[in-house]
Design a protein around this ligand. Structure first.
Ligand code: PLP
Length: 411
């Protein structure tokens, strides 16, 4: 069905077909349309940039790239003082972060979380916490990588009853890996502050404190992949601030481009400024449209009241989703989220993950309600995501909730 739809125009959370049929996008593209479709200020800036100059080699964009980086660093946690803007996608930004860690400590292994997703390149596929992604690509097996359990309290892999009583066994598993899975070669650990593709999994309070402490103790560089959670998605510019993660490196992409312009950045503490330009530069890294989009996006999101409204409206959205859970508790097992980043865990009568029903919900959302939604783990998961553009109003949230209620009511 979705393949047959031909969208020709977009505005805010609305998309229109060539027949002028109106759909609403409850997930902001693939979570990258952070300011909604065709945000007028972004369009204006980009039009001017197109007319002036679209691209010159990154050999000549160093100054402007540094200016944009400075704008991003100005709204980042104080300990992040340096950065890199020679990528335009999240996958290579994550590879850049791993390169930095490898070069910094001369080690090569990467720890990631089960259920994690860090990109689609061969390397980021290799460090994925979802083995199904590697199945057809034997080269990924050579990548030196280990996973530890995700902090997925709703389905705790240890059967524990919640933090802090559990003793954060999922974080403690890093010690086990260091002792028996690695030969003293762990370079870095990469985490998504909220596991996005894995199912909008939100770690319990105290988890990141443990992770930071263990990484310090074992001298592991901590990388926060904020490709989904960064740039306002949680109601904070960075989820690392909300969770007080104190990572050594943060990667950004997706929402940084505001209206779907590819743009990425790597931010880090000063001691990690180790890369030479020839070690991590892409043809389109430092593209002038990417830089212009990132700069304007940061400006819009930094405006007074913008993040506060996401926090307030996000609570409203969360309350509405909780009400749906109360009404349809036989289908919705859990509701979790922060800001404009929410997920509904879809269950069967035995509380087991119901992937078929999840995919069915996505289909009827599109077909019957003209509402675009996404599931988790590329159709293999059981979480329906609700992540509208950060410009979504309370009235539009009400409309999303209204349509969701109709969908669940029809099941
Ligand atoms: C958390 C996370 N990291 C990295 C990526 C890869 O980003 P990109 O598709 O821009 O390469 C994604 C994409 O879905 C993601 O969700």
């Amino acid at each position: 069905m979705s393949n047959q739809i031909n969208f020709v125009r977009g505005e805010g959370i609305h998309l229109y077909t060539s027949q002028n049929e109106d759909y609403i996008d409850a997930v902001s593209g693939t979570f990258n349309i952070s300011l909604g479709y065709s945000h007028p200020e972004l369009v204006d800036v980009l039009k001017k940039q197109v007319e002036a100059l679209i691209h010159v080699s990154s050999s000549f964009t160093g100054t402007i790239a540094q200016d944009v980086l400075d704008d991003i660093l100005a709204v980042a946690p104080d300990y992040l003082t340096h950065g890199w803007m020679r990528d335009i996608i999240g996958s290579t930004a994550n590879e850049g972060a791993v390169k930095i860690a490898n070069k910094y400590n001369g080690k090569s292994e990467v720890i990631s979380l089960s259920l994690s997703h860090h990109g689609q390149t061969l390397y980021t596929t290799g460090i994925s916490g979802n083995a199904f992604r590697r199945k057809s690509f034997p080269n990924t097996i050579a990548i030196q990588h280990g996973t530890v359990p995700a902090p997925y309290c709703y389905r705790c892999p240890f059967g524990a009853m919640g933090a802090p009583e559990c003793g954060y066994l999922c974080a403690e598993a890093i010690y086990d890996y260091a002792d028996y899975g690695s030969s003293d070669n762990i370079s870095c650990m990469i985490i998504e502050p909220i596991l996005g593709n894995g199912g909008n999994i939100i770690p319990p309070e105290g988890y990141f404190e443990r992770i930071r402490r263990i990484c310090d103790e074992l001298e592991i560089v901590l990388i926060a992949d904020e490709v989904q959670t960064g740039i306002g998605r949680t109601g904070y510019m960075f989820a690392s601030e909300y969770f007080d993660i104190n990572p050594d490196i943060i990667t950004l992409a997706k929402g940084l481009g505001g209206i779907g312009i590819p743009s990425a950045a790597i931010l880090y503490k000063p001691q990690f400024d180790v890369l030479e330009k020839f070690e991590h530069s892409y043809t389109s890294g430092g593209n002038l449209l990417s830089l212009a989009a990132a700069r304007k996006t940061i400006e819009v999101i930094s405006r007074e009241g913008f993040l506060e409204s996401i926090r307030a409206n996000g609570e409203f959205l969360g309350r509405g989703l909780q009400e749906l859970k109360e009404r349809y508790g036989h289908i919705i097992g859990d509701v979790r989220g922060i800001g404009y980043m929410w997920g509904l865990e879809i269950i069967d009568q035995d509380n087991a993950p119901d992937t078929a029903l999840t995919n069915h919900i996505l289909d009827i959302a599109l077909e019957d309600q003209h509402m675009i939604m996404r599931g988790s783990r590329y159709g293999f998961g059981n979480v329906v995501k609700v992540r509208p553009a950060l410009t979504t109003t309370v009235e539009e949230i009400e409309e999303i909730l209204f349509r969701l209620n109709k969908i669940f009511g029809s099941l």
